[in-house]
Design a protein around this ligand. Structure first.
Ligand code: 3PY
Ligand code: MG
Length: 236
């Protein structure tokens, strides 16, 4: 979600999605609005994920502390990038996450010991694969212990594969990459999610078997609803 205003997060969370993702890379999410957004999603009974800014792993650990259910790290190009991400957001022995999940314990109702024992499994760390370099290194990235899965960014991937010529998630190189990434992830038993710009792309990704699809952004829902409301009045 681009907007991080709690009422909008709650409204989208109530629309039937399994979870919402607050975007601190391109959207307006900050630590304060992540804290509010996680609570707003919880009111709707839904988990909230957070997409981090580039290299913003410290924000990721703080987002988990206030109850985010998972994190999406953009532009992970190498196993070392993935390792740095995991180090910041998973507790030992997997990573080096620092202790302080006061709000997360409140939201989950877990005691300190229970939270420490389960947090690494209960919180998702997903690495975005969205460059030609990441595509080349996808097997090494997937092999990083503690990394739970991948999320494909087809827009950036198309920009990278076309050497900056186009933003086109239907680019043949991107379509070929979907199969390559999915096959590599299947071999190690990790899930692959994907971002869909439109419902048509999302339907295609459902047909291709992606278990998790990030459909959005919320501003597109708002503008589609506004346009339809107007056309229902004047074009009917
Ligand atoms: C991409 O497609 O590049 C994304 O990051 C989706 O948000
Ligand atoms: Mg991207």
């Amino acid at each position: 979600m681009f907007t991080a205003y709690p009422m909008i997060v709650e409204t989208v969370a109530r629309a039937g999605f399994d979870s919402v993702t607050l975007d601190a890379q391109h959207g307006f999410a900050t630590f304060e609005t992540i804290a509010e957004g996680v609570a707003a999603a919880a009111l709707a009974g839904k988990p909230a994920m957070v997409r981090l800014p580039l290299g913003g792993f410290a924000l990721g650990a703080r987002a988990l502390d206030v109850g985010a259910a998972g994190l999406v790290a953009p532009m992970i190009d190498t196993a070392a990038d993935a390792r740095a991400f995991v180090d910041a957001v998973k507790y030992p022995p997997v990573g080096r996450r620092s202790w302080g999940p006061v709000r997360a314990m409140g939201l989950t109702g877990l005691s300190r010991d229970a939270y420490l024992a389960t947090a690494n499994d209960l919180t998702l760390a997903l690495a975005m694969i969205e460059t030609e370099t990441a595509l080349r290194n996808v097997e090494e990235i997937l092999a990083v212990d503690g990394l739970d899965g991948l999320l494909i960014g087809p827009n950036d991937l198309s920009v990278s594969l076309s050497a900056g010529a186009a933003v086109d998630p239907a680019h043949p190189g991107v379509v070929a990459a979907l199969a390559k990434i999915s096959a590599a992830a299947k071999r190690v038993g990790k899930p692959v999610a994907i971002f869909a710009n439109t419902s048509a792309f999302a339907s295609d990704y459902v047909r291709r078997g992606f278990p998790m699809i990030a459909l959005g952004p919320d501003l597109a829902f708002l503008s589609a609803g506004a346009e339809r409301a107007l056309s229902d009045v004047f074009d009917a």
